[in-house]
Design a protein around this ligand. Structure first.
Ligand code: SAM
Ligand code: GLN
Length: 284
């Protein structure tokens, strides 16, 4: 028999040896989720006993984390915009930086967003599209992805968060499966330059979908295509919001100018001070 205190110590020690940057936190998150208890319970009941079977099953999860798997995949969920999103190996784990794209967009559009047509390109888990559908409860939100498996996850997240009736899902390459024009086009597309893929942390490179990450020699293949195709699919005065990676601001702004038909080209930083959300408005 073992109890919460001892098994946490064991798990944190194993995770520390395996090189996790946050061994104790990882161990606590895995255990809270496994035992379906909150932090208060974890802290106030260190003597609670685990059965042999519970201990073994929990340590199997710790082992997965030791091999580099992100905690979110082991738990099968990740919090984004204070909502719980189902995630699995078929989708990128939503990142906190992506909340900046939503914040930036919501500076321009007030709830309930009556009559707005929004498109989230490369929706993955559905994180952006689902949050927008909740924040703008009268808007209609389209979500596209090339991956059918990702779209299944996004659909389930839309259902769980009560917005499935105002969302439409399309499988296809960027805008190809979607018809009509939009007030807002937004995307967190893949943006890792091909050559940097091998240098990514193990948790990303070996566990997250490659097709969600790499984007050509300078990581801007998708931005270029979305900006070019988007200008034909935005209503006049409509806006486009694109997440970008470090060092991509100048190029993305140049793309908006080269393609033409856009004004109010702008970029906002994330809370780490990195340029993160490029936006522009379609000319009238
Ligand atoms: N929007 C999600 C988020 O912010 O967490 C996922 C973003 S992930 C960086 C990029 C997504 O684009 C992946 O789900 C990937 O499957 C999708 N994708 C890649 N190539 C695509 C294409 N040609 N057309 C549509 N979606 C694509
Ligand atoms: N921000 C992701 C990372 O951690 C990349 C996401 C993307 O390519 N859109 O590497």
């Amino acid at each position: 028999m073992t109890n919460i205190r001892t098994i946490l110590q064991r798990a944190a020690r194993d995770l520390n040896i395996s090189g996790s940057p946050s061994p104790r936190l990882d161990a606590e998150l895995l255990l809270m989720h496994f035992l379906k208890i909150d932090r208060l319970h974890l802290c106030t009941h260190p003597e609670r006993e685990l059965t042999e079977e519970e201990a073994a099953a929990f340590m199997q999860r710790v082992e997965r984390r030791s091999l580099g798997e992100p905690v979110a995949y082991i738990l099968g969920e990740k919090e984004f915009w204070s909502l719980r999103f189902e995630v699995g190996r078929e989708v990128l784990i939503p990142r906190p930086e992506t909340e900046c794209l939503i914040e930036e967009l919501l500076r321009f559009y007030r709830p309930p967003g009556e009559g707005l047509r929004i498109l989230d390109i490369g929706t993955g888990s559905g994180a952006i599209g689902v949050v927008l559908a909740r924040e703008l409860p009268a808007a209609r939100v389209g979500a596209t992805d090339i991956s059918a498996a990702a779209l299944s996850v996004a659909r389930r997240n839309a259902l769980v968060h009560g917005v499935a009736d105002r969302m439409d899902f399309f499988q296809g390459d960027l805008l190809t499966a979607v018809s009509g024009n939009f007030d807002i086009i937004c995307s967190n597309p893949p943006y890792i330059p091909d050559v940097q893929y091998g240098l990514l942390p193990v948790g990303i490179r070996d566990f997250e979908p490659r097709g969600a990450l790499i984007a050509g020699p300078d990581g801007m293949d998708f931005h270029g295509r979305i900006i070019r195709e988007g200008v034909h699919r935005l209503k006049s005065g409509g806006r486009i919001f694109l997440e970008i990676g470090e060092g991509q601001r100048d190029r993305v702004e140049a793309l908006f100018r080269e393609v033409g038909g856009y004004r109010d080209i702008d970029c906002r930083k994330d809370y780490g001070g990195t340029d993160r959300v490029a936006s522009a408005r379609k000319d009238n």
